[in-house]
Ligand binder design. Sequence first.
Ligand code: ADP
Ligand code: MG
Length: 713
Amino acid sequence: MKTQPVKDTSIRFDAPLTSLPGVGSKRAALFSRLGVGTVGDLISHFPRAYQNRGNVRLLSDCDPDVACSCLLTVSSVPRTAKLRGGMTLTKFTAVDETGRRATICFFNNRFIEKTFSVGQLWRFWGRVRRERTGLMISSPLHERADGGAPLPPLTPVYSLTAGLNGQLVSKTISDALSLIDRGSIPEPVPEELRKKESVPSAREAYGMIHAPRSMDEVALARRYFALRDALVFSVSLGVHRRMIKKGTPPAMKPVPADPLTDLLGFGLTGAQKRSIREISSDMTSGRVPMTRLLSGDVGSGKTAVAAAAAYIALKNGWQVGLMAPTDILARQHYAKLSGLFRRLGFETALLTGSMRESEKTAVRAGIANGKIKMAIGTHALLTESTLFKKPGLMIADEQHRFGVSQRAVFGNERQGITPHMLVMSATPIPRTMGLVMFGDLSVSTLDELPPGRTPVRTFCVDSSYTGRLISFIRKQTALGGRVYIVCPLIEKEEEPEDLVGGYDAGDENGSGRLCPAEETFSYLSSVLESDGIKVGLVHGRMKNSEKDAAMSAFASGETQVLVSTTVIEVGVDVPEATLMIVLNAECFGLAQLHQLRGRVGRGRAESFCVLVSDSDGQAAKERLGVMTKTNDGFAIAEADLAQRGPGDYLPRTDGSIRQHGEFPGVTSADMSMLKTALDYSAALLERDPRLDTAPDLRAETEKLYSENRRALQ
Ligand code: ADP
Ligand code: MG
């Protein structure tokens, strides 16, 4: 950690970004696109990886395709030449310790000429290209290396947004760190716990994560943040449980669900029947509101169970909310269920963000006056408070976002009655994890798949198989099948660098270039068009209407190949899909791969999943190996937990769940750390239920789930 000035200034953790020098409203608006509004948010914007600038190479050892670090002495006076079109080119030469020479050049930056003089030692960061005229580094980042203090070995790399470059983000963060009133940095983790777990303080951890002296410091800082998140989460869970236990449940009497299940068109599996019995008994016990988790593999038939639960609540005269994480999924549920419930006499309506304002208003009115009995929509809309007139059951689909369930329950309390809650997990929750986290919650497990499924056959290949895969796509589509192609990113990112500590770093370094969805889409379109095969594209940056259009074109067979990012991960049901190809499969976590693979093998035809990866990384190889060996979601979840730890199950401060790789390292809080946090929070809440002795922890908990505010008062 760089030593920060001890001088305290008045810029506080929660001050708006504009209190920093050089940040006006324009810049603040750009930062807000990264979710950064305050100085605290800014220093909580952690590097996604680090440039390994301390790893200095000789010019002869540089890989021309990867940016790296060289220590060079300037050996000629910089000269600027005018090029055609008003451009300028500034050039000089520099040598490494072996005397090897490279030309350094900068375009359109005449002032740079004055920066360098002969004899100076600089550390350059860039790609060393082999040109006809010799080695060449163009527009490298540069730091004076003979200036006394040693240069930091690791330079943070931040995720950026249009209009904010890396240097600006780094500079603003380092300003913030040196100007912030250090006393205003919240410390949610009590000292005794930090001591016990040997983690630094919040203040130290912020310094270490942005300006580490070594990767060990990065690891320490990450341990701190992992512990902090685990603790805030544990306390929230504890507070939530206390509230639930105090709540009055909606009164319900047992009713058979057969009128509904008879309409489904299939017989229920034993596991489905058992789960419905468990839910029914919770909802009709009259003791406490239900909080039950329905854990089941992809395709295990959670929807049917949810529908039966809804039916029981409806029959008892209560309203039901079914919440899906995305617009597409809410629509799909609505399409499947609304007819069913209408036939049974229950008015059902859809409420999603992409609907017209006037439609939304009408639906809201119907829910509020009780005419609409069953509302299907996105979480954001169904958790608005005072929406329902008589809410009896809230169902959250494809979720392990615990924040959502809390909001849904407490946002919908009416006249002192707390609705029942059923959460369906997107991925099977590993048993060991379940024991720790849901020790005193009830879990129903669908451990039996509906009959007639053939397991998806999974292969792992490298990119030299591209030609054969194209033939495979042709063959599958000729047989009437449809093909998903999943890419790790939407468009081309920055150039590859010698990074450490990122999600593709460590032993997975050098996995090569990533295939962007847009590029893959144009490539496949041109290759397959002549065969009459139509290719579609869907990704997260498209408008909802465009996403819907691309999805329905694929579902109807208008397009036979769909290139996508992980937006298709949750729940979409296209039974004709028989082949999924995942590009750069090493970029995805196990749970995610399993979830993705669940998109194929939904019909009668034999289905395939091909994982394409050129990575030599040990962890990546193990992950992909697990996928080829088993289709059992619980086994995969267990392997995932063993590899990466439970951090991915912890919510971010906005209550959503992290994506694999999004916040490297911090996601790998180990099980013992989570256990420690749960035990500590249980003891803490026991002796100090309102957290008077831990005000910062209390504030963080309230921030995570605003509903906790009431409980902690
Ligand atoms: P998930 O658990 O992934 O949400 P779904 O509820 O979407 O799974 O069910 C997957 C598919 O299996 C659906 O097409 C559904 O109609 C079908 N299905 C569910 N239960 C059964 C069953 N008992 N027998 C046959 N098909 C079933
Ligand atoms: Mg589902």
